[in-house]
Design a protein around this ligand. Structure first.
Ligand code: GAR
Length: 194
């Protein structure tokens, strides 16, 4: 069985979309793949409760409990590696990763970012898109490389920016698309790896 480990920091709506799609599209039967674990750097991440309800293993590795990034990542990698993952999925995981961590999971580490990369890497993507006067916005699923919010693009979705949009309304429109493209990109990745 190919194990997927999902890393979250917050609400985990992308993680939930992936878990639901895995069930609806029978990834276990068709692709011999399953979401094996959901890990978070925050104990209060809302998505952990959903994962537990689904019978998925969860663990918290709180970055605040470590003296530095390397120590945190070593503990995180130890938790990830328990599941021997074929794929590590960053889904709203809000920690910057060192090149060494990225290299450890090279070719099996993916991320979703709420902009049309290479535009607007980093934080506050929706605010910056509105300030720039963008007519379209969107989200990108990409392979993770050492450079933040870069790496080969696997999927993108485009949404219109509408008159009167706020950061919140635009973020919500983009998020509904994230829930479609992330599971789709993962399924394609798993099919390719089969
Ligand atoms: C999503 O919009 C995701 O694209 C973004 O955080 C949100 C997490 O929502 N990720 C980043 O900004 C990473 N740079 P979720 O916890 O409900 O999936």
């Amino acid at each position: 069985m190919k194990n997927i480990v999902i890393l979250i920091s917050g609400g985990g709506s992308n993680m939930a979309a992936i878990v639901r799609t895995a069930r609806q599209r029978d990834w276990a039967g068709r692709l011999d793949a399953q979401v094996a674990a959901v890990l978070s750097n925050r104990a209060d991440a809302g998505g952990l409760a959903f994962a537990r309800e689904q019978g998925i293993a969860t663990a918290v590795v709180d970055h605040k409990g470590f003296p530095g990034r390397e120590a945190f990542e070593a503990a995180l990698a130890a938790q990830i590696d328990l599941h021997r993952p074929a794929l590590v999925v960053l889904a709203g995981f809000m920690r910057i990763l060192t090149p060494a961590f990225v290299a450890r999971y090279a070719g099996r580490l993916v991320n979703i970012h709420p902009s049309l990369l290479p535009a607007f890497p980093g934080l506050h993507t929706h605010r910056r898109a509105l300030e720039a006067g963008c007519r379209v916005a969107g989200a990108t699923v990409h392979q993770v490389t050492a450079e933040l919010d870069h790496g080969p693009i696997l999927e993108q979705a485009v949404v219109p920016v509408l008159p009167g949009d706020t950061e919140q309304s635009l973020a919500a429109r983009v998020l509904t698309q994230e829930h479609l493209i992330y599971p789709r990109a993962i399924e394609a990745f798993l099919q390719q790896a089969a």
